[in-house]
Design a protein around this ligand. Structure first.
Ligand code: TRP
Length: 353
């Protein structure tokens, strides 16, 4: 299902739950790819999935707005250009709720319960399966609605989102089969588009996550960046500068691979191989290696930090971006819903208010 063919062009829809400022894992796993596709002439739709935040935490909504704002600033900082990409807020386009409801009719409860992402979430949150809400069970159906409303050809997301897109494809197929026998299918089946570098580990070598506290933020200051890199996991057997090091993982003692090298490959690809050679030979110590990595990363991330500051200093401009993007998204969503209602034969006999 993943697509590693060279980019043609097409239309993408992708989004993120607004959890606040983004870290490098978010950037590398998805955002960077969005920008690349935008720059290659694709048609981009990017959504702040604020309703999805309610599926796992409906009581405390106090941070939703600020977190949405911070995330959008990071999107703009990373290079999403509102002149070319539609940036919008899910809850401001009510068609998401309508399509979610209609799709919820054509999927079984058992199918939703089998979604691995949901199972993981239940486990991670320490929830009792019996207490899961109707809305949380429908997480993927809402995501399918988010996607299908814009009839995209591709959905560029991180690895963890693949099961949701799989369900989206099934629902598209099912909808077309049930309601479009005598007409053109309403929904193209969108393909997942994974990045080559779909995952970047946190500084301690585990999955990068805010709750673990092992993140490097996208807009990290050069100073904090150096501090975090200095604490990064390296080969535990390399105690001194002239000990030979192992950039790669080694199952024999559970070494998961040097995080500093992983970052070199991502942010410093032209030098990564030479660095590995020096490390293996015991000619490069971790302290020096981390210093050079911090410098390179600070340089790569500097334009992002600068763009963020520029947008952050002009909140009216950011508001315009969201208002305009939401308007454009709504237009698209309305057209799709016309097609959906017509195919389903649920056009009301009364005029909608
Ligand atoms: N589930 C996604 C996440 O946790 C957010 C999301 C909601 C999304 N709707 C989407 C992603 C549609 C891609 C397409 O980040």
């Amino acid at each position: 299902m993943s697509d590693h063919r060279p980019a043609k062009t097409g239309r993408i829809l992708s989004g993120m739950r607004p959890t606040g400022r983004l870290h490098l894992g978010n950037y590398v796993g998805a955002l960077e790819n969005w920008v690349r596709l935008q720059d290659a002439g694709w048609t981009n739709f990017h959504m702040v999935a604020d309703w999805h935040m309610l599926t796992t935490g409906y009581e405390d909504t106090s941070h939703l707005q600020q977190n949405s704002w911070d995330m959008v600033l990071d999107w703009l900082a990373a290079g999403l250009d509102p002149a070319r990409s539609v940036i919008f807020v899910q809850s401001a386009v009510k068609e998401h709720a309508e399509l979610h409801l209609l799709l919820s009719m054509i999927v079984s409860k058992a199918r939703l319960e089998r979604i691995p992402t949901l199972k993981e979430q239940i486990r991670d949150l320490g929830m009792d399966e019996q207490t899961i809400s109707y809305g949380h069970l429908g997480y993927s159906v809402l995501q399918a609605a988010d996607i299908l409303l814009y009839r995209p050809t591709h959905v560029p997301v991180g690895e963890d989102q693949v099961p949701h897109v799989e369900l989206t494809r099934e629902l598209a197929r099912r909808f077309n089969f049930v309601y479009c026998q005598d007409r053109a299918p309403v929904f193209p089946e969108p393909e997942v588009q994974l990045t080559e570098f779909a995952r970047l580990r946190g500084v301690n070598g585990n999955r990068m996550s805010k709750s673990v506290g092992n993140t490097i933020m996208l807009a990290e200051s050069a100073e904090d960046l150096a501090k975090k890199v200095s604490q990064a996991y390296t080969d535990p057997k390399k105690m001194r500068r002239d000990d030979p090091g192992r950039p790669e993982a080694d199952e024999s003692d559970g070494h998961t691979g040097c995080v500093v090298w992983e970052y070199h490959r991502k942010f410093n690809p032209s030098e990564a191989e030479a660095i590995a050679v020096e490390c293996r030979a015991g000619r490069l110590g971790c302290v020096a290696d981390k210093k050079s990595l911090s410098a390179v990363m600070a340089e790569v991330l500097a334009p992002i930090r600068e763009r963020r500051e520029k947008w952050a200093s002009d909140p009216d401009a950011v508001r315009d971006v969201l208002n305009d993007g939401t308007k454009r998204a709504r237009q698209e969503a309305r057209q799709t819903m016309e097609m959906v209602r017509s195919a389903m034969g649920v056009k009301s006999v009364v005029e909608p208010a």
